[in-house]
Ligand binder design. Structure first.
Ligand code: 5AD
Ligand code: SF4
Length: 447
């Protein structure tokens, strides 16, 4: 017979609210953590008020991302006073960076769990449940078991797979090497096994993830490269598409571009942040390439793969960025005509090399430059998308369209979103769509 007190105890603390900030790597960590928690008996709720455990998976890349989390945490004070048994946890990059000081600033937080410890989440939560004290888990050396633990996957047909963690590049503005640690790659065999499992469960498209994916293999014995991994995965039966993000221009070899062009499953898409169009600023950013080198690299890729689309990131208002430097970024964007760009205002990160420089570009100028680049990119995206009208493109159907639930939404090999009319049974299949309308963000078509 079940003892009611035991049962209640069992039931308690078994719903989790989980919110993620930041990059794709963080989203995947969230997926893995939720899989692990589900396996441990937690059910996922989407309201803070219904949760026994509230977890924020955080980002440190810009101050703004951190401010948002601290404000969410602050708002939980009252809830925690009313329900002291609710566990509040901070995970990921900000947890790794701010560690103990999170407890000082927010004493009602119970758990601070760094970027390499989330595989121990159930155990850490149990520790808090049993002892009720602050638990800090930011061990530098802990090895994360990066294997997919259970299937908490919002999309069966598309999956992300981490192939390497960390970054050894030390771009002068970036906190990632400090919060994510040194580069560690998984073996080809390990990645392939995970990919094969995903494919046997219905997955058709895999995106390989790494903060600095072109350095894949450097930490492994032998001369393993990302190209070798792509060749191996291209042979996986029933896998239709392969992508990889994020590329660093300095580490992007022409060999890899050639390999991409020769493998039928590797999509014609690159996310390769330029960060600036000014050589002077690129040097201060410690990026290790010039704007000219970047332009040539993209030209080389376009010569081999004429339909390739490139996405980029830019930082505006880096210390010392003059109007002239900024105009060089505008020029680069105008000339290279990216598919889409992520544009960020420079944000000082304590501990990085750039934090030693004066953050001397006024916020109004940063805002203005940000808006200029956003407007320019919007115009380019619209013009480029309109060029696709009349063309037939292959889409992997992902599900109902968010903007119109009566229609389906899919993705092209070039990572464009296509909305079209079709039967729900098409979800997970590849279909050819003729494009007849386009906005800067979406293509519309018919089968
Ligand atoms: N300030 C502003 N943007 C940054 N990024 C990284 N660090 C900073 C910073 N300190 C941007 C870069 C990177 C993207 C993930 O975030 O453009 O490619
Ligand atoms: Fe943010 Fe970088 Fe951490 Fe991703 S790795 S969550 S971008 S700080």
């Amino acid at each position: 017979m079940i003892n009611l007190a035991d049962y209640k105890n069992e039931r308690q603390y078994k719903t989790v609210f989980f919110e993620t900030f930041g990059c794709q790597m963080n989203k995947l960590d969230a997926e893995l953590s939720l899989g692990l928690l589900q396996e441990d008996g937690y059910s996922i709720v989407d309201k803070v008020e219904e949760a026994d455990v509230i977890l924020y998976n955080t980002c440190s890349v810009r101050q703004h991302a951190e401010d948002k989390v601290y404000s969410h945490l602050g708002a939980l004070r009252t809830l925690k006073k009313k329900h002291p048994d609710v566990i509040v946890g901070v995970l990921g990059c900000m947890a790794q960076k701010d560690a103990q000081s999170i407890f000082k600033r927010m004493p009602h937080v119970d758990l601070v769990c760094g970027t390499r410890m989330f595989s121990r989440l159930p155990e850490l939560l149990l520790k808090i449940r049993n002892h009720g004290n602050h638990v800090l888990a930011v061990d530098e050396d802990e090895i994360v078991d990066v294997k997919r633990i259970a299937a908490y996957r919002p999309n069966v047909y598309q999956a992300f797979v981490t192939v390497m963690r960390g970054c050894d590049n030390y771009c002068s503005y970036c906190i990632v090497p400090y919060v994510r640690g040194r580069e560690v790659s998984r073996t080809i065999a390990d990645v392939k096994q995970e990919v094969m499992e995903l494919v046997s469960n219905g997955c058709r498209e895999i995106t390989l993830l790494g903060q600095n994916i072109n350095s894949y293999g450097k930490s492994l014995p032998g001369n393993i490269t990302l190209g070798d991994l792509l060749i191996e995965l291209n042979g996986v039966e029933k896998l239709e598409r392969l992508r990889f993000v994020t590329s660093h221009p300095k580490d992007m070899s022409r060999d890899l571009i050639r390999t991409m062009s020769q493998l039928d499953k590797v999509c014609e898409y690159l996310h390769m942040p330029a960060q600036s169009g000014s050589d002077r600023i690129l040097k201060k950013m410690h990026r290790g390439y010039t704007a000219g080198y970047y332009r040539e690299l993209i030209q080389y890729a376009r010569d081999l793969m004429p339909t390739i689309k490139v996405a980029s990131d830019f930082i505006v208002g880096f210390p010392g960025e003059t109007e002239e430097d900024f105009q060089e970024t505008v020029c680069l964007m105008e000339d290279l005509r990216f598919q889409n760009c992520f544009i960020f205002k420079y944000s000082t990160r304590t501990g990085t090399k750039a934090a030693e420089l004066t953050d001397d570009v006024p916020d109004e100028i940063k805002k203005k430059r940000n808006a200029t680049l956003l407007d320019l990119q919007k115009k380019i995206s619209l013009e480029e998308n309109k060029k696709l009208i009349g063309r037939k493109l292959q889409a992997l159907v992902e599900g109902a369209s968010k903007s119109d639930p009566n229609k389906l939404s899919g993705r092209t090999r070039q990572n464009n979103i296509i909305v079209f009319k079709g039967q729900p049974a098409l979800v997970g299949t590849l279909v050819d769509i003729t494009i007849n309308e386009a906005t800067d963000l979406t293509l519309f078509g018919t089968m």
